[in-house]
Design a protein around this ligand. Structure first.
Ligand SMILES: [Zn+2]
Length: 145
């Protein structure tokens, strides 16, 4: 089963609208800062301080947003041998579906079929591979129990 696909689509739309609004707000903050520097009141130093404060807040939030990015989705396909129950976890490929026959088992050479299609969330892009391995291990453990 592929979990959460419909919800995910709706969430994505909501999220993108939110991020557009957020970006507009941040651009607004930076614009206010720039305006203060160029068109502020009679005291030039105060204008500079206020202007830079706005710009700093805007850019800081921008950077924070980037580091806390949306989780990356990873779809895994779990293959299971019909005879000996051996399990292979690999990345989902186009055309995968449950009960589809897929190659032969490494252990007993019997045919394998797709047992489950699994969708997981990965939090950080940099640790993608570690997380993927971790998820694979966890999944294999769960299935084998
Ligand atoms: Zn087998």
């Amino acid at each position: 089963m592929i979990d959460e696909e419909d919800d995910e689509e709706i969430l994505k739309k909501k999220r993108s609208l939110k991020s557009i609004l957020k970006n507009l707000f941040l651009i607004g903050l930076i614009a206010i800062g720039v305006l203060f520097i160029y068109l502020g009141g009679p005291n030039q130093t105060t204008n500079l301080i206020i202007g830079f404060t706005f710009i700093c807040i805007g850019t800081t939030i921008f950077q924070m947003k980037k580091s806390a990015s949306d989780p990356i989705r990873q779809t895994l396909t779990i293959l299971k041998c019909k005879s000996c129950g051996a399990i292979i976890v690999r990345n989902y490929e186009d055309g995968d579906f449950i009960f589809k026959s897929m190659g032969s088992c490494d252990k007993c050479n019997d045919s394998m079929e797709i047992h489950q299609i699994y969708s997981v969330k990965l939090k950080k892009a940099g640790k993608k591979d570690d997380k993927l391995e971790e998820n694979k291990n966890k999944l294999t453990e769960t299935i084998e129990v």
